[in-house]
Design a binder for this molecule. Structure first.
Ligand SMILES: Cc1cc2nc3c(=O)[nH]c(=O)nc-3n(C[C@H](O)[C@H](O)[C@H](O)COP(=O)(O)OP(=O)(O)OC[C@H]3O[C@@H](n4cnc5c(N)ncnc54)[C@H](O)[C@@H]3O)c2cc1C
Length: 358
């Protein structure tokens, strides 16, 4: 016999975007079903860096999972002189995604939402007055569906038949801190190691996270295991890489990919990552919250969502245009680019302090 569940809003995906949606919706009085396909703790390929923007939006205590406060960042571009950004207050906070996301799920489950860990969706029915998700032996019906199911969104595939949008690529791994001989390595970002992107080393207490990013998926052949091993060797010496994982980064930032009818796409499912840096947690939390508020307002919810997100959409779109322009010209523009990052880092440091004071 098929069981049936009816709620106001179905949220699919329990990453930062889904958690933000659930918390905003339940705070507004909506009955919510949160659906995940993986049991937590689960790992997600991500460097786990939280910007000041992300910190400002988080509405639950996450301080227990902060592994490093970044006060110093070393930037380099090929053989040019490295730039050291230093701030008295942190410019970013480092977490491990498995820990950050487990806390996120706890924060979602501390609300009144119904939680389901289910296998892959078998089908979706879009009606004029409702959306229904079909699982073996279970149908979940909602007035609205918030798709927070990440860069490879199954909901998008079920609705439009194919993954859509623009993607960057990233690959990352962990290195046991005991294997690294020098204490000098702090947080560093090396532009130009992968075309259209950078390599990074982020210390996180008992391990280092090391990775490569390119905003353009056409460069995926440079963002792979051999390249990551080479970068890790140059940066950290002869070390073993564990948990090597690559993943697409969704960077469309387009009005068109935000949803239609009763379905809203948030976070990576909507393509809301900044192309120049690959920072997506901020966009995930922001769009998760904005989509939820749009549903709570009612009426034409997709239109509400587009209207309330317009500022972020503009910024995110400009950031993609900026990446297209800046990465091929870094050979000449690097000093200016580094100066811009420096001033952004100083502003971030100030607003992190403000967030902590709240
Ligand atoms: C290597 C790498 C490094 C990165 N580093 C950073 C960084 O340092 N800082 C930063 O801000 N951003 C970073 N990003 C980007 C960031 O990881 C994403 O933008 C962010 O995770 C998006 O959050 P989300 O909630 O939209 O999606 P996700 O975090 O991907 O969460 C999606 C959730 O949906 C679930 N799900 C998927 N399909 C289904 C389904 N069919 N049914 C039910 N559940 C489903 C998944 O299990 C998952 O829990 C990085 C990305 C990569 C790949």
């Amino acid at each position: 016999m098929t069981k049936s569940v009816k709620v106001d809003v179905i949220v699919v995906g329990g990453g930062p975007a889904g958690v933000a949606s659930v918390r905003t919706l339940t705070a507004g009085g909506a009955r919510v079903a949160l659906i995940e396909k993986t049991r937590f703790p689960r790992s997600k390929p991500c460097a786990g860096g939280l910007s000041a923007g992300a910190v400002r939006l988080l509405d639950y205590d996450f301080t227990t999972v902060v592994r490093e406060k970044v006060n110093e960042l070393r930037l380099s571009y090929k053989d040019k002189k490295p730039v050291i950004i230093k701030a008295e207050e942190p410019i970013a906070l480092m977490t491990k995604r498995a820990e950050f996301d487990s806390l996120g799920i706890e924060a979602a489950l501390s609300t009144e939402c119904q939680y389901f860990v289910l296998p892959e969706i078998s089908g979706i029915e879009l009606r004029r007055d409702a959306v229904e998700l079909i699982y073996p032996g279970l149908r979940i019906k909602g007035n609205y569906l918030v798709a927070a199911d990440g860069a490879g969104s199954t909901i998008r595939r079920l609705i439009s038949g194919r993954p859509k949008g623009a993607f960057g690529v990233a690959i990352e791994a962990d290195v046991d801190a005991n294997e690294v001989n020098t204490q000098e390595i702090r947080t560093k970002v090396d532009f130009g190691f992968s075309p259209g992107g950078y390599g990074w080393v982020f210390p996180k207490g008992d391990h280092y996270n090391v990775g490569l990013y390119s905003w353009n998926s056409r460069h995926s052949r440079f963002v792979n295991r051999p390249a990551l091993k080479q970068y890790a060797q140059i940066s950290l010496g002869e070390v073993n890489l564990s948990d090597i994982r690559g993943f697409p980064i969704a960077i469309s930032c387009s009005k068109k990919s935000m949803g239609s009818g009763r379905v809203l796409f948030v976070g990576d499912a909507g393509g809301f990552t900044y192309a120049s840096s690959g920072e997506g947690i901020y966009g995930a939390i922001l769009t998760g919250q904005l989509a939820a508020k749009s549903v709570l307002i009612g009426g034409d919810v997709v239109n509400n969502y587009r209207a309330t997100s317009s500022r972020y959409l503009r910024r995110c779109g400009l950031n993609r245009a900026f990446s297209r322009l800046i990465y091929p010209t870094l050979g000449v523009s690097y000093p200016l680019f580094a100066a811009r990052l420096n001033s952004q880092a100083m502003r971030a440091s100030m607003s992190l302090v403000d967030s902590e004071k709240r």
